[in-house]
Design a binder for this molecule. Structure first.
Ligand code: FAD
Length: 386
């Protein structure tokens, strides 16, 4: 049996493990966290990624995910910039991140071995194989051993996230992650609201929310801030509550209905400099390790899932590893490079903090929304005549 090592058991890594196993590979997954799983709040899953998961037999997504609403965009006082435009475009479903991870790992079979508590520190390769070195760590990331373990395989899939050690080994001069200028808060509110959700853009701040299938509300918020700035005396919950206190309903109520200890915060980085090939010999980069993007399009994890689907498709199509990996790179690099750029551009627009530029932005977006809505109506009328 052909052997593969997947570094990292995030959404990208576990999807890759499922996909590789289904192509007949024996897979070892090395994950530095002590336990398999995801923390986090909600996540949007777009049809492309949902299709890959369905193809892998990951069952039940539709049962545990809430259908997306065609959400609009508001100003901080609640006035609509673009009112819930039903454009007939594709929409994502919303699911809790931990549930998505669990649905995927449920599909892992006997040819996959998971090793948690192993931090990969080094990757070397020759024409025939790749050697991965790892060291045991405890949950805080502290090394508990100086005893390195070596793992050998024919293929290594690096799904070790935006600060990928494997990418560092392959591309030593690479610029690395770049700070976007803003931070993101996330949480799940345990309150009910009749509001269908959507995004609200203010001055250097944004807030968005959507319903999960159990009625709870997943929300996210952004604020311009220096990287690494510590939370205020009220903690993350205090910071985000203060920042959005005078925003329209139900935003303050959603924050009040969120357990303070459950608020998450991440400074937002991306891989602004596109990587040279995602592939080097027998090592392939996937997900955030290859193309971390800002979360403005809600596509990072979806792209990781689609990467895994593409990798498996090309490995299945040819027995020649090098050809399969080149085809993977040719398919996934252009698409994801565009997403990284688009996502960054949306973030820049959303985080504007000049009053004049914001007025222009909201005016242009309002007009664009109206035009798109008219086009959507016309399209639907034409379709109903056929
Ligand atoms: C605020 C926010 C909201 C988002 N919303 C969405 C959304 O709605 N939809 C969407 O599609 N995406 C979203 N994303 C993006 C998404 O979270 C990421 O793109 C996705 O998690 C990337 O998955 P991954 O498996 O590539 O990497 P990661 O999730 O980062 O997983 C990497 C794994 O590798 C492990 N690891 C790291 N280094 C090592 C090592 N040296 N040795 C062993 N293991 C290692 C880590 O512990 C981790 O488990 C959002 C991101 C943010 C910050």
């Amino acid at each position: 049996m052909k052997t593969a090592i997947v570094v990292g058991a995030g959404i990208g890594g576990v999807t890759a493990a499922v996909a590789l196993e289904q192509c007949g590979w024996q897979v070892t997954v090395l994950e530095r966290a002590a336990e398999l799983g995801e923390i986090g709040a909600g996540i949007s899953v777009w049809p492309g990624a949902a299709g890959v998961l369905e193809g892998l037999g990951v069952a039940g997504l539709q049962k545990v995910a809430a259908a997306g609403d065609p959400a609009g965009m508001r100003r901080s006082d609640g006035r609509w910039v673009v009112e819930a435009p039903d454009l007939g475009l594709e929409l994502p479903v919303m699911i809790h991140r931990a549930q998505l991870h669990e649905l995927i790992t449920d599909k892992l079979g006997p040819a996959v071995t998971i090793r948690t508590g192993i931090t990969v520190t080094e990757v070397t390769q020759n024409a025939a194989r790749v050697v991965v070195r790892g060291v045991a760590v405890e949950s805080g990331g502290v090394s508990v051993s100086t005893q390195y373990e070596e793992f050998t395989a024919e293929l290594v899939v690096a799904a070790d996230g935006i600060r990928s050690v494997v990418r560092g080994a392959l591309h030593q001069g690479y610029a690395g992650p770049r700070y976007s200028g803003y931070t993101a808060y996330r949480g799940i509110a345990e309150v009910e609201t009749g509001d269908g959700g959507g995004e609200t853009w203010g001055r250097g701040q944004r807030f968005g929310f959507a319903k999960l299938i159990d009625g709870r509300i997943y929300w996210y918020a952004t604020a311009n801030r220096p990287a690494g700035a510590p939370a205020g005396p009220g903690g993350l919950h205090g910071d985000v509550t203060a920042a959005f206190a005078d925003w329209h309903d139900p935003i303050p109520a959603l924050l009040a209905g969120t357990p303070p200890e459950a608020v998450l915060q991440n400074d937002i980085y991306d891989l602004a400099t596109p990587l040279p090939p995602f592939v080097e010999g027998r090592v392939v980069l996937l997900g955030d390790a290859a193309h971390a993007m800002t979360p403005n399009l809600g596509r990072g994890a979806c792209s990781a899932i689609e990467d895994a689907g593409a990798l498996a498709k090309h490995l299945r199509a040819t027995p020649d590893l090098s050809t399969a990996l080149s085809r993977y790179d040719a398919e996934r690099r252009p698409v994801t490079t565009k997403l990284v750029k688009r996502s960054r551009a949306v973030g820049r627009l959303g985080q504007l903090d000049s009053g004049i530029l914001i007025a222009v932005r909201d005016g242009v977006l309002g007009l664009a929304g109206e035009a798109a809505s008219l086009r959507g109506k016309r399209r639907r009328m034409e379709q109903s005549r056929v």
